[in-house]
Design a protein around this ligand. Structure first.
Ligand SMILES: NC(=O)c1ccc[n+]([C@@H]2O[C@H](COP(=O)([O-])OP(=O)(O)OC[C@H]3O[C@@H](n4cnc5c(N)ncnc54)[C@H](OP(=O)(O)O)[C@@H]3O)[C@@H](O)[C@H]2O)c1
Length: 400
């Protein structure tokens, strides 16, 4: 995902270019000078419907932003639709609330229980715009399947007959469609099958939208029965609160997503933190010292700098001693971890990760089992130390 600062700079440049009437006939060299002046190392060209083709590190990609789908266009696109969001989990909640705030006609399909109660508390009315899952499928013309990936498989035989020609089936993950050998999910004829996958949790989808920001999302069209699937996918992606959107395929989305979350985004980061902490502790460093040198400095000081302007920017804001060491050691870490990443990609691609996920997350007590493993992490020394360190942040003084 592009850093916020980077994408903000791109947007600013794009806006500046759009506001000049002569931009479409300007030679690229002039545009390149514009880019230099704004210190953005990208070329930009403005195309029909104002989508933008940008140079991402040497490769051209077309991206779509909110300016491509103004509110009137969003509402016009879905003026005859009922958008049924299935599941009020993190993604369902975030996407449904953002669509509702954007003025789109949304209903929710959610089983009764704690999550259903939350939906009621957040203004969804049983029988009016909050229904049992299959009732919502029946009523919806755009069915946004944001149930857990494991439950998508379970409910499919009952859902499929309700997806009549002309409807749209939407996912936020390529999982169910790509691994159809394991899920048996194949949409009926005459149904558009599309995807918008926010690159972050549903919680962030909502929070960034409320802050006037947006999470980046990929989008893909698997089946275009209507002839308008791409246009509608882009509109829906903006409607749920995306920042910018880039095109992918269902396959590429699911491979990169399963790979990324098992890797640097979640799995690898805990593995690296834990290993470094253990070595520091084994060498006599206190928990406070080990945690500060491993996690607190990373999340509070250095990683935000990576987000702002990249790795070299973070390095260059550290001492020359730190920089020398980092420049010497990133390659051994790279070489040691690359075979693990290669093994992981293979395990994603051959369906091993999917099979494990479907099996484990379809057991009746899967939530309790996941919670048990999270508890192990929470109660490990590193994260117990982290809790105390967080309480000591000046901004948390006096809070629990
Ligand atoms: N989380 C992310 O970062 C992320 C990002 C992009 C895309 N996605 C995709 O978005 C989709 C939804 O994910 P999520 O993050 O919202 O959380 P999730 O935990 O995968 O799904 C939660 C929803 O599924 C329902 N559900 C689970 N088991 C059920 C069952 N046996 N019967 C009825 N309903 C059941 C939950 O209802 P209850 O609360 O009642 O159990 C809740 O509404 C998935 O396809 C996921 O891959 C997730």
């Amino acid at each position: 995902m592009a850093s916020r600062a980077f994408s903000t700079a791109l947007r600013a440049t794009a806006r500046a270019a759009v506001s000049r009437p002569s931009v479409t006939i300007r030679p690229m060299s002039v545009l390149a000078n514009t880019m230099k002046r704004t210190a953005v190392k990208s070329t930009i060209s403005i195309q029909a419907r104002s989508m933008k083709t940008l140079n991402f590190g040497g490769s051209e990609e077309t991206v779509y932003e909110r300016s491509d789908v103004p509110k009137e266009k969003l509402l016009d696109t879905f003026k005859n639709d009922t958008i049924a969001v299935l599941g009020y989990g993190p993604q369902g909640r975030g996407q449904a609330l953002n669509l509702r705030d954007n003025g789109v006609n949304v209903i929710i399909g959610q089983r009764e229980g704690k999550t259903y109660q939350q939906a009621v508390e957040e203004g969804w009315v049983p029988g009016k715009n909050l229904f049992p899952v299959l009732d919502a499928v029946e009523k919806g013309t755009v069915v946004m399947n944001l149930l857990s990936d494991a439950f998508q498989k379970e409910i499919w035989p009952q859902m499929k007959p309700l997806l009549t020609p002309g409807k749209t089936l939407y996912f936020s993950h390529g999982f169910s469609i790509v691994y159809k050998d394991q899920t048996n999910i194949e949409a009926p004829e005459g149904v558009d099958v599309i995807l918008v996958a926010p690159k972050g949790s549903g919680f962030t989808v909502r929070r960034l939208f409320q802050e006037g920001r947006g999470i980046n999302s990929s989008f893909a069209v698997h089946k275009d029965a209507s002839g308008h699937a791409k246009e509608r996918t882009i509109a829906l992606g903006i409607g749920i609160g995306s920042g910018y959107m880039y095109e992918t395929t269902f396959e590429k989305e699911v491979y990169s997503d399963l790979f990324g979350e098992r890797g640097v985004l979640m799995g690898a980061i805990q593995g690296l933190f834990q290993a470094q902490y253990e070595v520091l502790r084994a060498n006599g460093h206190s928990p406070s010292e080990a945690f500060n040198e491993t996690v607190e400095e990373a999340t509070q000081s250095l990683y935000p700098l990576i987000g702002e302007k990249g790795m070299d920017w973070m390095y260059s804001n550290c001492s020359t001693t730190a920089m020398r060491g980092a420049l010497d050691w990133w390659k051994p870490f790279h070489d040691a971890s690359k075979p693990v990443f290669e093994e992981l990609y293979k395990s994603v691609r051959d369906g091993t990760e999917t099979a494990r996920s479907l099996d484990r997350n379809s057991q009746p007590d899967y939530r309790e089992k996941l919670e048990e493993e999270l508890r192990e992490i929470r109660e490990s020394e590193i994260w117990r130390t982290g809790k105390t360190v967080r309480q000591l942040r000046p901004e948390n003084a006096g809070k629990n």
